[in-house]
Design a protein around this ligand. Structure first.
Ligand code: 5AD
Length: 436
């Protein structure tokens, strides 16, 4: 099983390698002190634009043989879906033509698009044409590349009191757990070696129990045994802590800014400030971490203007990946009785983000799937091109309750993986690295 296709290393120029996937060339960074040194003529895996592993020719050739026919078949499937004519009605038609001609979406275009179609039950035709247009934009900019990350939720302890999150420290009704360092390492190594993942997110509440040194040691032990891109999703720590983790081999960070509206931020995250979080995110991006960031769609009190600001802020950060999903109200939080976010709104957010930033990576999140059983497929057809699979050991999974009814909580990991691969196959998506 495999969620990444190895690339043939065409050339290495300084810290940049050029990899070829069945005739398509993509660039990836080489991290010199990371111990992974690709050489022209060899084979490598890249994730998030970083070379994470090199493999021998005898390992690569059978993998590429296995992928070869399937790769072109997937491309045909994706082309067939993405090129189906996205006819825009009325204003949408003019908007689509403008984007097709290479112009950028303006704020007022986005306003119109978000207002179009209304909430669920609105003009279904206008919405469908918007989503299929966004899908077309995705295919044109990035082809059928997609990425599949695994996520391991290693601690449900949190020192924060976020109004939206079930892990907030005031929730006494959930069971708190911590995985031991050895257990985290083994879960990650299993994910990489036995399940074939090449990108893993290690996520927890903001839990000071794990010192920087402990986390760095966990990362080092994983990286000694597997070539994977590790994302830390551990909330706010000093930049220096993240630097230590980078040194240990975790080049990715998943940290959302949650909302671009500073007033709303202060209400949603008591005692915290948006500018502090943004400063950290910006610093991480400047320091060349692969940063996945984004926001929550549909926080009470947020408007379409806020959503546009959220998307434009994410775009301005030039992140490695957009990660945003709908609010799923948790009964043990201040937002228990917040209105359910319409699926159409969550999908519109994806479509608008895609049109605003055509060659970005956009995750179809678990929250989207929680909102609608078919949410991942719908998200992938509205402009998204990345997925995450929950690999938290089954004994803990239910207790990581950021919101209730989290998709992928029941069911076996193997089944989720199989379903995900079937989904990607049916849509014609191939797990080559997404960097252009
Ligand atoms: N609904 C949707 N997303 C949530 N998150 C936390 N609580 C919720 C919820 N109730 C998101 C936040 C956080 C990420 C790990 O999960 O954006 O950054």
């Amino acid at each position: 099983m495999c969620y990444a296709i190895p690339g043939k290393v065409v050339s290495v120029d300084g810290d940049t390698a050029t990899l070829e996937y069945f005739g398509e060339r993509k660039k990836a960074s080489v991290i010199r002190n990371g111990g992974i040194t690709p050489a022209a003529g060899g084979y490598a895996f890249a994730q998030g634009g970083i070379v994470v592993d090199v493999i021998t020719e005898s390992e690569a050739v059978p993998m590429l043989e296995a992928w070869k026919e399937r790769f072109f078949e997937l491309k045909r499937i994706d082309d067939g879906i993405a090129n189906a004519k996205a006819e825009g009605k009325n204003d949408n038609g003019i908007f689509f033509k403008k984007i097709e001609s290479g112009m950028l979406a303006t704020r007022s275009d986005m306003e119109k698009v978000l207002a179009a179609g209304g909430a669920d039950g609105g003009d279904a035709g206008a919405l469908e044409s918007l989503f299929s247009f966004a899908n077309h934009v995705r295919a044109k900019a990035l082809g059928n590349s997609c990425c599949v990350h695994g996520i391991i939720e290693f601690s449900s302890h949190c020192r924060n009191a976020c109004a939206y999150c079930g892990l907030n420290k005031n929730n006494e009704k959930i069971k708190r757990y911590r995985m031991g360092p050895g257990e985290i390492v083994e879960t990650a190594v299993h994910a990489a070696r036995s399940l074939g993942f090449r990108a893993l997110v290690l996520q927890s509440g903001e839990d000071a129990y794990y010192t920087d040194e402990m986390l760095a040691e966990i990362v080092r032990r994983i990286r000694e045994r597997c070539g994977v891109l590790i994302f830390m999703s551990i909330g706010e720590r000093p930049f220096e802590s993240y630097k230590k983790l980078y040194g240990a081999g975790a080049y990715g960070v998943l940290l959302r800014f949650e909302t671009s509206n500073p007033k709303l931020y202060a209400v949603m995250r008591p005692g915290k400030r948006l500018d502090g979080r943004l400063a950290l995110i910006r610093r991480l991006i400047t320091a060349k971490f692969v940063v996945a960031t984004g926001f929550i769609v549909g926080l009470p009190g947020s408007t379409n203007q806020d959503l546009i600001n959220d998307i434009l802020l994410t775009k301005s950060l030039r992140p490695g990946m957009y990660s945003f999903g709908p609010l799923i109200p948790h009964p043990e939080t201040a937002l228990a009785s917040a209105p359910r976010v319409p699926l159409s709104q969550a999908l519109k957010a994806i479509a608008v983000a895609r049109i605003a930033d055509p060659d970005s990576k956009i995750l179809a999140t678990t929250a989207l799937e929680t909102l609608d059983r078919d949410g991942r497929r719908k998200g992938l057809l509205a402009g998204a091109n990345s997925l995450m699979i929950n690999l938290t050991p089954e004994a803990y999974r239910r207790d990581y309750e950021i919101y209730p009814g989290k998709a992928g909580n029941s069911g076996k990991t193997q089944d989720t993986i199989r379903d995900t691969l079937q989904l990607l196959h049916s849509l014609g998506r191939a797990p080559t690295d997404l960097e252009r």
